[in-house]
Design a protein around this ligand. Structure first.
Ligand SMILES: [Zn+2]
Ligand SMILES: [Zn+2]
Length: 196
């Protein structure tokens, strides 16, 4: 794997700015890859072996994408909208998986690891770079249920909504009172259609 500094630089270029999220995300992804036994996540040999679940749509997610090469368009990056600074790294070949959570305590500890920095933002960046993994992260060995239709590759299943006719791929249809429905028809829409 490339060094932390190299990976941080690449991730900052992609993300657009240097921030605590880039430092934490790069470190989290490096640790995650190491824990699941994948040293070169971007090598063509490994690209299909790794999947990541992220639990927040903020800065660190971009860093995790850039280090692991996982992304939504390839179905190797999954988003769970939990509002938690955490990600789970899965080796699809061995089934090994680790969930890594950024600790709340690390926010206060940053000052102790970078006492010479007077500016709060710089102190946070320097502190997060130096802090040992044990302080920065909580690590859980986990197992993740992965339905076949959530895996990379062509859609395994197509359904047709019995209310509006929309084709729904990948097993994402709902059964409601005996009917097969798309999510919007099942009342799970995030939008309202405006008629004029
Ligand atoms: Zn950022
Ligand atoms: Zn529908």
């Amino acid at each position: 794997m490339k060094s932390f500094d190299e990976l941080l630089q690449i991730s900052v270029e992609r993300h657009g700015h240097l921030c605590a999220g880039q430092v934490i995300g790069v470190r989290m992804a490096m640790l995650g890859c190491r824990l699941i036994g994948i040293d070169e996540p971007l090598s063509p040999l490994n690209r299909k072996k790794i999947m990541v679940f992220v639990e927040i749509d903020r800065c660190a997610t971009d860093a995790i994408e850039s280090v692991t090469g996982c992304h939504m368009g390839k179905r190797t990056l999954k988003f769970k909208d939990f509002g938690i600074n955490a990600a789970t790294f899965i080796n699809l070949e061995t089934g090994q998986a680790f969930r890594i959570v950024s600790t709340e305590a690390s926010r206060d500890l940053a000052a102790e690891y970078a006492p010479e920095e007077t500016d709060a933002r710089r102190q946070q960046l320097a502190g997060y770079k130096r802090m040992p993994n044990e302080m920065l992260f909580d690590v859980q060995k986990v197992t993740v249920h992965l339905p076949e239709w959530d895996m990379p590759g062509p859609p395994r299943r197509h359904a047709v909504c019995e209310r509006c006719g929309q084709v729904v791929r990948d097993g994402k249809e709902k059964r409601v009172e005996g009917l097969t429905l798309c999510r919007p028809c099942a009342g799970e829409g995030y939008f309202q259609i405006l008629r004029n």
